[in-house]
Design a protein around this ligand. Structure first.
Ligand SMILES: [Zn+2]
Length: 331
């Protein structure tokens, strides 16, 4: 059954083959996702793949700490929250589903593995299995649900080191490509600088996946902005996703560059904020998710961004990037 996220959109009757985005509560019409934060976190646990398990946190405690921040950003105009915590780093889809219900936000989770931080968050089987076997696990989550639930992933999250791709990173990217071609899920890769971003785009293409299915996550860590143009020309999404109250001017500068170069249509912006950390007393400090709505949008408007350009950044681009569809390479 189709769940319409925004009650205003419920007047539109579902049609066959309409574009959808998968949330933890089921599919929503892509056009109904509203203002979206494309890269945030509810919970991250850095204990490592061997020791992680959901008994390390109390759901009630996490909810008490994070729900006020979700309500705050909903009040600020957000409708959809994309949770980028992968498996083995604290992905807890039961918790996410409860928070979606309690907050009224659409929440989106992911499949895939985190190969960055020198591979220390990868489970042992990631080193021994083939790309095909890893893809079968990830496609299995899409088809059957995650961790014995009916919750399905809305995208593929992978991660690489901020350097030339390692062999295991290449395997994870091949697994992501195979998963994309079977599911239509978008690939968001924690990347950082341009070198591994452009290598991933080339590798995906050689595996038959168009760059429009690829999000270059943490592109704000690249200082040479001309690489944004290279990635966007190839068709990829450029994601500036470490926004905070301290860097609004820098984000305004980067976004103005992308607008002036006519690549705003492939740009995403988010905070990488949150999160409850079970390794810290009381979960540590949770950073809120409202800078985009309360500070960046007014700063962009002051720079001459039109209401339409801001809507493109905050609503239409996330909708376009995360709509489930296979994007095969055009050779
Ligand atoms: Zn993140």
């Amino acid at each position: 059954m189709l769940i319409i996220a925004d009650s205003l959109a419920s007047a539109a009757l579902p049609q066959a083959h309409q574009p959808e985005i998968m949330t933890v509560a089921g599919p929503v019409h892509a056009g109904a996702i509203g203002n979206t934060l494309t890269h945030e976190h509810i919970l991250v646990d850095f204990i490592g793949a061997e020791q992680i398990n959901p008994n390390r946190w109390q759901q009630e405690e996490v909810i008490a700490k994070v729900l006020p921040h979700l309500k705050e950003v909903k009040d600020a105009g957000c409708r959809t929250f994309i949770d980028c915590t992968p498996n083995y780093l604290g992905r807890d889809v039961v918790l996410l589903r409860r928070l979606a219900e309690l907050s009224g936000l659409n929440i989106i989770t992911n499949t895939g593995y985190y190969g960055g931080s020198d591979h220390k968050y990868l489970p042992a089987h990631a080193f021994t299995e083939t790309a095909q076997a890893l893809a079968a696990r990830w496609v299995g989550e899409w088809k059957e649900g995650i961790d014995g639930t009916t919750v399905r992933p809305g995208f593929i999250k992978i991660s690489v080191n901020p350097a030339a791709l390692s062999e295991i990173s290449k395997k994870l990217i091949r697994a992501a490509a195979l998963t994309h071609l079977q599911t239509g899920l978008t690939i968001a890769s924690h990347t950082g600088p341009a070198v591994p971003a452009l290598e991933q785009i080339a590798l995906l293409r050689s595996e038959g996946v168009d760059a429009s299915a690829f999000i270059w996550v943490h592109a704000q860590n690249e200082t040479d902005l001309t690489y944004y143009i290279s990635a966007a020309q190839a068709g990829a999404w450029v994601s500036l996703d470490g926004l905070s109250d301290n860097n609004v001017a820098d984000y305004t500068r980067r976004l103005s560059f992308l607008r002036d170069e006519k690549w705003l249509s492939q740009t995403l912006v988010s905070h990488d904020a949150g999160w409850y950390d079970p390794g810290k007393p009381g979960g540590g400090n949770v950073r809120g998710y409202t800078t985009l709505f309360k500070k960046l949008i007014p700063a962009l408007a002051q720079q001459g961004f039109t209401a339409d350009e801001i809507e493109q950044l905050v609503r239409r681009n996330p909708q376009n990037a995360f709509t489930t569809r296979v994007r095969a390479a055009k050779n």
